[in-house]
Design a protein around this ligand. Structure first.
Ligand code: NAD
Ligand code: ZN
Length: 244
């Protein structure tokens, strides 16, 4: 497989679809899933991030997401997040960013066209799907000592606005429509193990678009890309793109 450090040249009419994963936020201090570590080392993600976990022990689930809120709060965007904002400023509507990350670092860097397919850490919503209450911004921490939050409208429990294992990611129709129109597809820092996101590259390659991976390790779906550029996001992304 060819590797290169030459910039990816974007022609004046080309559209770019960027998919980011935990690797882009690693250098901002947010642990990837593989090395999440700390007090939760003994807890499997499935045991705190699934509808079954929520059913079984909502307090534990809220403690887990409260811990993640607390840990992510002081983190700031890095050079890779900022470089994507600059790319968006050059491309405008020809740029689209889909992130699997629930942190808010793309927005903090100023990127506008961001879609959080796996939800947002700093949002909370009603657990009752029939309730009309909309997801709302929420930085609060819910620990075992605090009362667990309930919906003002219907009284159901409030839950993190996160897509758990076994749930369907948000806005797949919009994502597929953007993939249909993209000429260049770039994935940054995602192990390629979790679907449907890991399958986006196959979709785009069927149409003959270019696909490039950037990250410190070869992802599980590496064979699907035209090119894999190994390196840290902050080292590779700032010089990754050039305009024709
Ligand atoms: P991941 O932790 O599986 O992979 C992160 C990737 O980033 C790795 O391939 C790693 O090589 C790379 N990386 C690490 N540091 C980097 C850096 N500085 N620069 C560039 N790349 C770097 O995370 P993911 O692929 O985003 O996971 C996808 C989704 O799966 C998540 O959004 C989450 O919803 C879900 N999930 C996955 C796991 C898991 O074990 N893979 C666990 C829980 C949840
Ligand atoms: Zn409600």
């Amino acid at each position: 497989m060819p590797t290169s450090s030459a910039p990816i040249v974007i022609a004046p009419s080309e559209r770019v679809f960027v998919l980011t994963g935990a690797g882009i936020s690693a250098e901002s201090g947010i642990p990837t899933f593989r090395d999440a570590g700390g007090i939760w080392e003994s807890v499997r993600f499935e045991d705190v991030a699934s509808p079954q976990a929520w059913e079984h022990d909502p307090e534990l689930v809220w403690r887990f997401y409260s811990m993640r809120r607390e840990r992510a709060e002081p983190c700031v965007p890095n050079r890779a997040h900022h470089a994507l904002t600059e790319l968006e400023q050059r491309l405008g509507d020809r740029f689209f960013l889909c992130t699997q990350n629930v942190d808010a670092l793309h927005e903090a860097a100023g990127t506008k066209r961001v879609l959080h397919m796996h939800g947002e850490l700093y949002k909370t919503r009603c657990s009752n799907d029939d309730c009309t209450m909309q997801p709302f911004a929420d930085h609060r921490l819910y620990t075992s000592e605090t009362e667990h939050p309930r919906c003002d409208d219907c009284g159901s429990r409030l839950r993190p606005h996160i897509v758990w294992f076994g749930e369907v990611p948000f806005s797949l129709e919009t994502i597929h429509a953007k993939l249909e129109r993209a000429d260049v597809f770039v994935t940054i820092g995602s192990s390629g193990a979790v679907y449907p996101a890991a399958g986006f590259v196959s979709r785009i390659r069927q149409r003959g678009a270019r696909a490039i991976y950037v990250g410190v390790d070869r992802p599980d779906n590496a064979a699907k890309f035209d090119e894999v550029r190994l390196g840290c996001a902050t080292a590779v992304v700032p010089s990754l793109f050039a305009m024709e």
